[in-house]
Design a protein around this ligand. Structure first.
Ligand SMILES: [Zn+2]
Length: 523
């Protein structure tokens, strides 16, 4: 099913793009080839700016407990940006996820997963991945994908949101869905070769030994032969390693010349703290899996192991919260979530978990600020659905309806339930929006009104009247009394009622219109 909020957001992006068709001819900033530009630079930058934060949230949040490491990754990004072909508001972050992966968004927003940093062996290898991702942004690869989507299908709606590490990945609503789309989409083979080629040139210019780009690819080919490698779900999913890629990088290496910094020692020193806690994160990842498999004892043990090795990590406290919740100990869960929030205030998950827990305990007023904060960080269907119920309880129906409509943008049970709640508020006010009514005649000219329940809820009786228009003037000339169509019309079903009038010719039917006056909602 097409997700409405998503498609409308994307349509908005693309429609704004179409308005700039007049300035469509341009030069690629990296390759210097002439090409059509529909998505302008300011749009690329706006897309990246809007989506960078929610996308990071949806993938596990930032890894914040080693700010020196983040600064190190940023410094390498800055070195490459200084020699790149295009000045963009580049930003670099480390995402708190063990899957080895990296991505770039339009506008120069780049992210490295914590899991990739375990696997690299030198600063030059980090620069190789960074340079590659930077070219994706600089050479407009994301923008081109959007433009191609615009030409081919009108939108990039075909690809679903990629697998992510939070339970909320499929419940994201609004513009944040676009971000997930932007980084999960695979660039084409040409874009990948272009990124390899120019990425190596940037490395060389920045003083790194581009040999690292070749050895890194060779390592990747070896790792991909091992199908158990968790690269399969990360970098390899979007960047399948191949001997062709290795060969192409060797050709580039011959052109740009080997030599430069490898930075093995400095890299080892910078990632030392990270590597020291790798086992803690492995225990955490296994603990999350154990909890999904309902092995609470194992999950608890692993969470405690993780905390013993890295007591500053908010995700580990959050796991203890999730475990307590599974054990139906909501007070305990709330205490762990609060601890997680204190350690990392800007990650949505402990906020939403606290909000849902408090709501389910009947403490709705306390739930509200948590749900609101969660939505600021990453808008999701559960937060909007519960905020809708809180608003409805207070009699703020317009606000409730807004929340329900946003939640309905998620193709999920929660989204569908919120949609139904919204319809219960809106349908009595706007019955014609949900109920289609038309006038038809049978083969001897008796008129009747057919109604269709276009809403997702069961309707009781529907009340309509019929208006007759003059064929020449187009003015209404007569109106029937109210007609009642008796109850029990299920979602998507039809029912009918006789008008008690006749027409002489089939054409005459067109002079009649049915107007929906009222519909009863079956509670
Ligand atoms: Zn790539």
């Amino acid at each position: 099913m097409l997700n409405q909020t998503y498609s409308s957001t994307l349509t908005l992006v693309l429609l704004t793009a179409i308005t700039l068709l007049s300035s469509a001819c341009g030069t690629n900033p990296v390759t210097k080839k002439r090409e059509f530009h529909i998505v302008s630079e300011s749009q690329e930058i706006a897309i990246g700016k809007q989506n960078y934060s929610p996308t990071r949230q949806s993938q596990g949040g930032d890894y914040i407990i080693d700010p020196e490491l983040t600064a190190y990754v940023q410094s390498i990004g800055n070195k490459l940006a200084a020699v790149s072909d295009r000045q963009l508001p580049y930003e670099y972050t480390i995402i708190n996820d063990s899957t080895p992966n990296a991505w770039a968004m339009p506008g120069g927003k780049i992210a490295f997963n914590r899991g990739l940093l375990y696997e690299l062996n030198s600063e030059a290898e980090l620069a190789a991945v960074m340079g590659h991702e930077m070219v994706h942004a600089a050479a407009r690869h994301g923008a081109k994908d959007m433009e191609r989507g615009l030409f081919l299908q009108g939108a990039m709606i075909a690809v679903g949101i990629g697998a992510q590490n939070t339970d909320y990945a499929n419940l994201i609503v609004g513009g944040a869905q676009v971000g997930a789309q932007l980084v999960s989409s695979k660039y084409g083979r040409d874009a990948e070769s272009e990124s390899d080629l120019y990425g190596m040139r940037y490395m060389k210019k920045a003083g790194y030994d581009p040999t690292a780009a070749v050895t890194l690819q060779e390592t990747f080919v070896r790792l991909s032969a091992d199908h158990k490698s968790n690269f399969i779900n990360g970098l390899f999913a979007s960047h399948p390693p191949s001997l062709e890629r290795v060969a192409a990088n060797k050709v580039t290496l011959a052109q740009v010349g080997a030599g430069g910094d490898l930075g093995k020692e400095v890299y080892a020193q910078k990632v030392a703290k990270l590597k020291a806690t790798q086992a803690a994160y492995k225990a955490y990842d296994d603990g999350v899996k154990a909890l999904v498999a309902k092995d609470v004892a194992k999950a608890s043990l692993l969470a405690k192991q993780a905390i013993a090795s890295e007591p500053r990590e908010a995700r580990f406290q959050e796991l203890l919260g999730d475990i307590a919740l599974t054990q139906k100990k909501p007070e305990e869960a709330l205490a762990f979530y609060d601890k997680a929030i204190k350690m990392q205030p800007d990650y949505f998950k402990p906020h939403i978990q606290s909000g849902i827990t408090l709501f389910n305990m009947g403490r709705k007023a306390e739930a509200e600020p948590y749900l609101k904060r969660a939505n600021e960080l990453l808008p999701t269907a559960p937060s909007h659905a519960l905020l809708g119920q809180i608003a409805e309880d207070r009699g703020e129906t317009a606000l409730a309806l807004q929340h329900y409509q946003v939640a309905a943008g998620s193709n999920s049970d929660i989204g569908r339930e919120a949609e139904a709640r919204g319809v219960r508020i809106d349908l009595p006010r706007n019955p014609a929006k949900y109920i289609q009514a038309g006038v038809q005649a049978d083969n001897v000219g008796n008129l009747f009104v057919v109604v269709k329940n276009g809403s997702p809820i069961l309707l009781g009786q529907v009340q309509v009247h019929v208006v007759k228009y003059d064929a020449k003037t187009g003015r209404a000339v007569a109106q029937s009394g109210s007609l009642v169509i008796k109850g029990g019309i299920a979602a998507g079903m039809r029912n009918q009622v006789a008008v008690g009038q006749k027409v002489a010719t089939p054409q005459e039917v067109q002079l009649y219109r049915a107007v929906v006056e009222y519909a009863e909602i079956v509670k």
